[in-house]
Ligand binder design. Structure first.
Ligand code: GLU
Length: 511
């Protein structure tokens, strides 16, 4: 690849970023890093009607959480600043009129009411109205009106748009890095609006092509929903005379519902209980909220790993990838053409895999806030150790409190089922004996305690299960938890003896 790789993620701030959008950003980022290129963030906010306050910040925070780094763009700056299209608005009219002058575009003066009436009229005949080569010379456009009249209408402040003059009956041959060669006959396409005088803003198509050109974008990697716009984009490059430096295109497959049919939507998530957005979102206008992966307790690296494999495969059996491993393995030719079905259980599976691989230090950072919520103040080392002992049984950090609370809080209530089984007959007396054995141990380390207690049980020929389970009842209060010596060594001798004393003093043996 001779050209410098420069890719962009170009979201429109119209609401929270869907996980499909995060995946688009991720593939752009992986591609940029893989080829030593640049990742650009451009905010496409020229559609003032769909603009949602807070959406841009949400996008930036989401990318940050995911570890998708931006080299140039909104929030970072760079040689092609500004990167927010609304701040580039002065730039676009010149390009739109350049196309008019070259005969690739024209002014159209129809009002919204006139267009509505036309649509209705066509519908009445069972046809669909399209603004195209068949009608453009019969409607009030610079192709039907005299030059003077066009100038006069513009001068007196009539509302106008500039439309692309889609050629008639030409075949546009395109290439997509994922889909291969694609051809479209231009007679099937309409004359898209490029610029609107009413708000002095370009539409997506014009701003997108002009900015990709000015920002020297080498590869456009975006969602499949933009594939129908590709012929127009090819022709815009041709009309501007920029074909030689035109970027290459890759259109990513859709993220599909868990059931397969159709695009994954917020409703699917609400119905089946999983988020379709990276972060929690509160709509500033309606107050409506949406769940986020971060707030639902997913690790960013697990979330990214899961997303990476929705539509791309490494060609091996490997499933767990760090960001660096993804960068090293990623290529567009392993992105599938077919939509990728979202699997909520697989997302959980990935999180569990990451949980099981985390170090005590990493776990401590996630677990400390939860401990604090329960009023537990301990060192990072202690917090990490508790989480580490039980991590194999956890899927989310939020599972850890249930799994480890007895490390920090002595039981005051005891599980009925365990009491019935292990707090009867000889158990209380045996536990009292065990208490004295434990009290006599100086080195209370896991290994030493285990050695001494085992030797004692063997010598006395007691039943191991009964003794250990009544000890568990005293220390944990329930039939759960890790190996008993993990608990004894964690809470220490004094606490062990206190908990045993509490059970003996407060709970009458059954029978
Ligand atoms: N602003 C468009 C979007 O929101 C960008 C499409 C493209 O990448 O060309 O998806």
């Amino acid at each position: 690849m001779t050209r410098e790789v420069r890719v962009r993620f170009a979201p429109s701030p119209t609401g929270p970023l869907h996980i499909g959008g995060v995946r688009t950003a991720l593939y752009n980022y992986l591609f940029a890093r893989r080829h030593g290129g640049k990742m650009i963030l451009r905010i496409e906010d020229t559609d003032s009607q769909r603009f949602v306050p807070g959406a841009e910040d949400y996008i930036i925070e989401s990318l940050k959480w995911c570890g998708i780094e931006i080299d140039e763009g909104v929030g970072v700056g760079g040689p092609h600043a500004p990167y927010r299209q609304s701040e580039r608005r002065e730039l676009y009219l010149k390009y739109a009129t350049q196309l008019v002058d070259a005969g690739w575009a024209y002014y159209a003066f129809d009002t919204a009411e006139e267009l509505d009436a036309l649509r209705k009229e066509y519908e009445g005949r069972g046809e669909t109205f399209a603004y195209n080569f068949k009608v453009r010379t019969t409607l009030p456009t610079s192709l039907s009106l005299s030059k003077e009249e066009v100038e006069e209408r513009i001068a007196r402040g009539d509302i106008w748009v500039i439309r692309f003059k889609m050629p008639e009956n030409e075949v546009v041959k395109m290439h997509d890095l994922i889909r291969g060669d694609v051809e479209v006959n231009t007679s099937t396409l309409d004359d898209k609006v490029l610029y609107k005088s009413v708000d002095a803003l370009p539409t997506y198509h014009l701003a997108n092509i002009v900015d990709d050109h000015l920002m020297e974008i080498s590869h456009v990697i975006r969602g499949e929903e933009w594939l129908p716009s590709l012929p127009l984009h090819y022709l815009l490059y041709k009309a501007f005379g920029w074909t030689d430096s035109q970027p290459e295109f890759a259109h990513l497959p859709l993220l599909l519902k868990p059931t397969g049919g159709g695009k994954l939507s917020k409703r699917d998530g609400d119905k089946m209980g999983f988020p379709v957005f990276p972060l929690h979102w509160v709509s500033p206008t309606t107050g409506e909220t949406a769940r986020g992966y971060r707030e639902d307790g997913y690790f960013a690296d697990a979330f990214i790993n899961m997303l990476a494999l929705l539509g791309w495969n490494p060609g091996t059996e490997q499933e767990i990838f760090s960001m660096q491993e993804l960068i090293d393995a990623f290529s567009l030719d392993r992105v599938s053409k077919a939509g990728a079905r979202f699997q909520p259980d697989k997302a959980k599976w990935f999180n569990a895999q990451y949980m099981h691989r985390k170090s005590a230090e990493e776990l401590s950072a996630f677990y400390q806030p939860i401990l604090k919520e329960h009023g537990i103040e301990v060192s990072d080392e202690i917090a990490g150790k508790a989480a580490f002992i039980m991590k194999e049984r956890a899927t989310f950090v939020s599972d850890l409190w249930d799994l480890t609370s007895y490390f920090f809080v002595a039981p005051t209530e005891y599980e009925e089922k365990q009491l019935k089984k292990y707090w009867k007959g000889e158990n209380p007396a045996r536990l009292a004996e065990l208490r004295e054995v434990l009290a006599s141990i100086d080195d209370f380390s896991l290994e030493n305690t285990e050695k001494i207690v085992h030797a004692w049980i063997t010598e006395k020929e007691y039943g191991m299960g009964q003794i250990m389970n009544s000890l568990r009842l005293a220390l944990v209060g329930a039939g759960k938890g890790p190996g008993m010596y993990d608990v004894t060594s964690f809470i220490g001798k004094e606490e062990c003896l206190k908990r045993i004393d509490h059970l003996i003093a407060n709970v009458k043996p059954l029978e």
